[in-house]
Design a protein around this ligand. Structure first.
Ligand code: 1K3
Length: 297
């Protein structure tokens, strides 16, 4: 007789979540590994749970928005929504997602021998997830290697949507008021200058993420490290103004060591000063496909 798989819960009860370890801090949120074990016999499933950081002060609506967004997404390169826990009175909301055991690219790449071809496969998968996100008129605003999770050595998924915003039909930009801990080294020039976020500014952040992948997330070559080197002793002043100055002079992150010529070209186009000149994720997918074929590694 076929053994029935355990029932898949649609809502999760907080009391059956057993904390295992903290996984990381995203924007305004903290992600923790739990085992969901309602039968209390250790047969439960591992889940990643995101909660608002208490001191962030933002009421639950920030996470409620993120839950609504993740719930509406269904793509192999986007982390799966599993459910949510709401306390009576909605003081604390928890977003429950599938758990990817190998962590983010920041955890995985520095300790795993990965070929350039595999790096380009990960890059193409990120473009596929982002192309899907943009097709739903969402702008991510925080694409970086720390937010790309590894399912296994041939599958990665975008894993955090804490800053994702919907861009209404007919509009191009999402404007924000500056907030302290913005990932400025991943920001396009128009984001730094005018806080204007668009599909094209996500493409810029993808270029920085591609650079991180090709440098295998080596801290000595990380975007902050390289930008501080380029900024020299002028670090005293407001970093944002100095980065804008560097970018306006067409200074960019250096070419990673084993980066093929076509990939360097593609990266530079993602960092074009004029956002209209940057490729779309749809176009990037096609180009990665072609580059990976040429090198038939
Ligand atoms: C920005 O921080 C995060 C952290 C976790 C997540 C997240 C969301 C949705 C699913 C999911 N699965 C995993 N897996 C995972 C596994 C191991 C680690 N470790 C990080 C710390 N290391 C010392 C050990 C591995 C981190 C995340 N993380 N994760 C997203 C953003």
């Amino acid at each position: 007789k076929k053994s029935l798989s355990p029932p898949v819960p649609s809502t999760y009860q907080k009391r059956y979540l057993k904390k295992i370890m903290d996984l990381g801090e995203g924007h305004f949120g903290k992600v923790t590994l739990y085992k969901y074990d309602p039968t209390n016999d250790d047969t439960g499933e591992l889940v990643a749970v995101k909660v608002l950081k208490q001191e962030s002060g933002c009421v639950a609506e920030g996470l409620m928005k993120e839950i609504e967004i993740l719930k509406s997404l269904d793509h192999i390169n986007i982390v799966k929504y599993k459910g949510c826990c709401t306390e009576p009175g909605r003081t604390e909301v928890q977003l429950i997602m599938e758990y990817l055991p190998m962590g983010s690219l920041r955890d995985y790449l520095p300790k795993t021998k990965v070929s350039v071809c595999q790096c380009l496969m990960y890059a193409q998968q990120i473009c596929q997830g982002m192309d899907y996100l943009h097709s739903k008129r969402y702008v991510h605003r925080d694409l970086a290697a720390r937010n790309v999770l590894v399912e296994n050595n041939s599958l990665v998924k975008i894993g955090d949507f804490g800053l994702t915003k919907h861009i209404p039909e007919g509009e191009i930009y999402y404007r924000v008021r500056e907030d302290g801990d913005s990932p400025v080294f991943w920001y396009a020039i128009e984001c730094l200058k005018e806080s204007k976020f668009s599909f094209a500014s996500d493409v810029w952040s993808f270029g920085v993420t591609l650079y991180e992948i090709l440098t295998r997330c080596d801290n000595r070559q990380s975007p902050p490290t390289k930008f501080y080197e380029m900024m020299g002793e002028a670090q005293g002043q407001i970093t944002t103004m100095i980065i804008i100055d560097l970018l306006m002079k067409n200074m960019r992150l250096p070419c990673p060591r084993d980066c093929p010529h076509e990939v360097r070209l593609l990266m530079e186009q993602c960092w074009h000063k004029d956002q209209a000149q940057r490729p779309s994720f749809e176009n990037l997918i096609v180009r990665f496909e072609a580059i990976r074929r040429t090198y038939d590694w």
